[in-house]
Every structure is written in C-alpha cells, then in structure tokens.
Design a protein around this ligand. Structure first.
Ligand SMILES: N[C@@H](CCC(=O)N[C@@H](CS)C(=O)NCC(=O)O)C(=O)O
Length: 208
C-alpha cells in the first residue's frame, strides 16, 4: 500500500504524481491542506519534519524529499523505469537533476515567489528580483538548449526523471507570463511541448 501525502498545487508533489502515472502505479493521495495549516501540524511534522510536502508511506516505509521519493519509487515499483539501469545513462539523468536543483529551480522559485506566491499574500512583486533571476535562468536555459538540440529529452531518447523534475516549475513560470524564456529557444520549446502534453503531466498538473 502506497500513500502520497501532498498538495495538488505543490510543485514537489507534482513530480511524484507524474512519476507514479508514468509507472502506472496504484496509490492513495492524501491531501495536506495548506489553507488549514495542516503541513505545520504534528501529524504531518511526524512525516516531514520541515512541514513541507510531499511525503510517502509505502508499506510502513516513510520517506520525504520529492527527488528521493521519485528515485525510491522508480526502483521499488513496477512499470517503466524513469531512471535507467546503465551506469553512464543513470549518471546523465543525475547530472540533469542536479542542474535542475542547483541552477534552475532556485532562480525559478525567486520569480514564482515575486509573481505568484507573494501576490497571493498581498505582497507587491519586486521587479529587480525577477529581472536578476531571469538573467540567471537564461544562462541555464542556454545550456539546456544545447542539449535538447541534440536529443529529444534531457538524458537522451527517453523521457526520464531528468525531464520530470523541471516540469512543475516551467508550468508555473508559463502561467506567470514568463513563457518567453522557453519559447525563445526552439529546442527547449519543442521539449516543453513534448513533455507537457504527456498524459502523466496533464494529470499531475490537474489538467485532466
Ligand atoms: N526539498 C523539498 C521541498 C518541499 C517543498 O518546498 N514543498 C513546498 C510545496 S512545493 C511546501 O511544502 N511548502 C510549504 C512550506 O514550506 O511551508 C522536496 O523536494 O520535497
């Protein structure tokens, strides 16, 4: 029995949901309601000591951190592998996951905080922060563009966890009017269309 504790709007939860759909896995989704502060209450802090989502329970095995969860579930469950078995190929997937977590997501989150989460709390966006983060993202996306000009997915010919981990942030950036970051680059743009129209992503993003 697998239970995912998460929130349907959460970027990190969406990575896990996308992976589970790719694998055709059965699971129970338990919503942690941010509007009620459930993520900071003892029941959830026992699962995730930082008061964040997602977390899982798989037959009594508890785990938090979205990337660790995805790696574990890919190995533990049946269905297609989202992290390849071959050492070099797996290392390439890990390389792109590191690029995502170190060179992409911190900048993306600065923009999303200014344009999405801050305004939800009544805060005015700081345009200077957005501009600086966009410049950093341009640099990362130039590197991503070079790769995607050679292969349809980040780690080669197959859709892998390397692609999944980028999708939730791009979805929100596009929704915040930052789609030009991606459409300006032909290979990135084609990759985003390829990935974001997959049934697994449409479901994870709550579009189907
Ligand atoms: N490194 C964690 C980050 C989790 C995270 O930031 N979750 C957000 C939602 S996407 C959250 O729970 N935010 C609420 C909070 O930090 O109070 C992971 O990858 O699981």
């Amino acid at each position: 029995m697998l239970t995912v504790y998460g929130n349907p709007m959460s970027t990190c939860t969406r990575k896990v949901l996308c992976l589970l759909d790719e694998k055709g896995a059965d699971f129970e989704f338990s919503v942690v309601d941010f509007t009620k502060g459930e993520h900071k209450q003892p029941a959830h802090l026992a699962r995730q000591p930082f008061g964040q989502v997602p977390a899982i329970d798989h037959d009594g095995f508890a785990l938090y951190e979205s990337r660790a969860i995805c790696r574990y579930l890919d190995e533990a469950l049946g269905g297609p592998r989202l992290i390849p078995g071959d050492g070099k190929h797996r290392a390439i997937v890990e390389q792109w996951i590191s690029v995502e977590s170190a060179n992409f997501t911190p900048h993306a989150m600065k923009i999303l905080y200014q344009l999405f989460f801050g305004p939800m709390r009544g805060q005015a966006p700081d345009q200077a922060v957005v501009t600086a983060a966009r410049t950093s993202l341009q640099h990362t996306l130039a590197v991503v563009e070079r790769q995607l000009a050679q292969t349809p997915f980040l780690a080669g010919t197959e859709f892998t966890l390397a692609d999944i981990v980028f999708l939730p942030y791009i979805e929100y950036l596009v929704a915040c009017g930052q789609g030009d970051l991606f459409t300006a680059r032909p290979a990135v743009s084609a990759w985003w269309t390829r990935c974001s129209t997959r049934p697994s992503w449409l479901k994870a993003a709550g579009k189907t």
